[in-house]
Design a protein around this ligand. Structure first.
Ligand SMILES: *[C@@H]1O[C@H](CO)[C@@H](O)[C@H](O)[C@H]1NC(C)=O
Ligand SMILES: *[C@@H]1O[C@H](CO)[C@@H](O)[C@H](O)[C@H]1NC(C)=O
Length: 200
């Protein structure tokens, strides 16, 4: 008789913790560039949806009030996988001991259904990440700087990667745009010189 409440609680906990986060984890890191993938397994009795947060016991790495950075709300449990975009402030500093939590909702982050193993967020290589890191989302990006001299995509990438590169990116695209204009101008002057020599 005394044991039945405890038994009921044990069953509830077992059901509530049936969601298992399979990635990220000890051997599946994230990079600090672009969308990242989360996968999990679940059973019928699990909640139908949840909210995803990023957390770290080192509070300097997740500097929000409750050490929880909300990544996504109302994720459908049955899909088993989702991608999360960087927070508005970008991914936190590369480092270890990050964890992903599946919570009841953005209003109830303290009810945690599942927690990932600790994983690393590693710095994406600034030059090669566009071709290797997230091939689906960045597939169109490499062609953009090549064809359009405005460089808006380049500026965004530089800001994500370094946070301080936004002022250097326009300068480099500006200087690459300058030589053709200079070349046209020089050509025009030399035509005038030839024309002047011909008239004299
Ligand atoms: C927390 O992270 C910061 C930045 O990476 C690091 O300097 C500091 O040593 C870390 N603190 C602990 C307790 O690991
Ligand atoms: C989770 O949130 C829902 C409302 O969205 C609430 O009805 C439910 O009781 C919560 N579950 C837990 C275990 O707190």
């Amino acid at each position: 008789m005394m044991f039945s409440p405890l038994a009921a609680l044990a069953v509830f906990v077992a059901c509530a913790s049936a969601i298992t986060i399979t990635s990220p984890g000890a051997s599946q890191s994230w990079t600090n560039n672009g969308e990242q993938t989360i996968t999990w397994t679940a059973v019928q009795t699990d909640p139908q949806n949840f909210a995803i947060t990023l957390t770290n016991t080192n509070t300097t790495l997740i500097p929000t009030v409750d050490n929880n950075q909300v990544l996504k709300a109302l994720v459908d449990t049955s899909t088993g996988t989702t991608t999360v975009s960087p927070p508005a402030s970008g991914w936190p500093s590369p480092g270890g001991s990050y964890r992903v939590n599946f919570c009841n909702s953005t209003e109830d982050l303290s009810t945690i259904y599942a927690q990932s193993d600790p994983f690393n967020i590693v710095a994406a290589a600034v030059q090669s990440d566009s071709s290797t890191a997230t091939s689906q989302t960045l597939a169109s990006t490499p062609t953009t700087p090549a064809t359009t001299p405005t460089g808006s995509a380049t500026v965004t990438d530089a800001g994500d990667a370094s946070g301080s590169g936004s002022s250097s990116a326009p300068a480099s695209t500006g200087s690459s745009a300058a030589p053709p204009a200079l070349g046209i101008h020089t050509g025009f002057v030399s035509v005038l010189v030839v024309l002047g020599a011909f008239l004299a």
